[in-house]
Design a protein around this ligand. Structure first.
Ligand SMILES: [Zn+2]
Length: 262
């Protein structure tokens, strides 16, 4: 219930969730609780709303687990689900199918692995995860492809970029067709869009307030320096930098490094 990650089927609930017990997350004060997709679907539903043209947001109401929304990038050679959420309900399946289904699922980091295998099986999709975060996969599947290195080109010039930071395998998606061809980055919380949406930020742990160091920040900047983007779409509804996002990233990184080194 805390991170929304689905484990392989078992007769009894697992004893531990490594993702919650990691220093970047937490177990609730009342202890770990478990649920099933059926129980979740009984009192939750998904909200589907366009965040931009050809970019459908999918989140759960009332909010569940970490509370992120996923994004369906609608692309000519096949749709890509960027990040994932736990609940997959009938209305979501119908709405996604009406937009052409899902060819692939790419996920920024383990906090959003959720029920990725469920989604992949349902839509007959492949899953792209960076191999550096392989240890955090708690439900394995032959549909998961672990990729290595700093770039993974997909179709239609969609590209996965490994930035590290929050997680070693931390990945962002470059969507060159976004914002009428000016480009967009979809970042989850590898690059987190903050309340003041002229800025972004970066953390090793958000709930436990563990910052990143200057070297990690510079690595993130370097990894996205060569791609063009006007916008950044973060992990939450409307958590988006809608213009001049590359400059916003640069000044946010400078501000951050100044704060941690002064
Ligand atoms: Zn996270």
């Amino acid at each position: 219930m805390q991170c929304g990650t689905q484990f392989s089927e078992s007769a009894k609930p697992p004893l531990h969730c490594p993702i919650c017990e990691d220093e970047r997350q937490f177990v609730r004060h009342s202890g770990q609780e478990w649920t099933t997709l059926e129980r979740l679907a009984a009192d939750h539903r998904n909200r589907l709303e366009e965040e931009a043209s050809r970019l459908l947001g999918i989140g759960t109401e009332p909010e569940f687990a970490i509370g992120q929304r996923a994004l369906l990038v609608q692309s000519p050679a096949g749709n890509l689900l960027w990040d994932c959420i736990t609940l997959l309900d009938d209305r979501t399946i119908a709405e996604v199918n009406a937009r052409g289904g899902i060819r692939g699922i790419a996920i920024s980091h383990p906090h959003y692995y959720t029920t990725m295998v469920e989604w992949a099986e349902h839509f007959d999709a492949e899953i792209f995860l960076h191999t550096a975060d392989r240890e955090w996969v708690v439900r394995t599947s032959p549909r998961i492809q672990f990729w290595e290195g700093t770039r993974l080109p997909l179709w239609d010039d969609l590209t996965l970029i490994n930035c590290g930071g929050h997680f070693e395998g931390g990945t962002v998606l470059h969507w060159p067709a976004g914002e009428n061809g000016k480009g967009a980055l979809l970042t989850g919380d590898i690059i987190q869009v903050v309340q003041d949406r002229r800025y972004v930020s970066f953390m090793r742990s958000y709930p436990n307030l563990i910052p990143l160091g200057a070297t990690a920040i510079r690595r993130i900047l370097e990894q996205v320096e060569s791609v063009a983007f006007e916008q950044i779409y973060g992990a939450w509804w409307k958590a988006n930098v809608l213009s001049d996002a590359k400059a916003a990233l640069r000044k946010s990184a400078e501000r951050y490094v100044r704060a941690i080194t002064s």
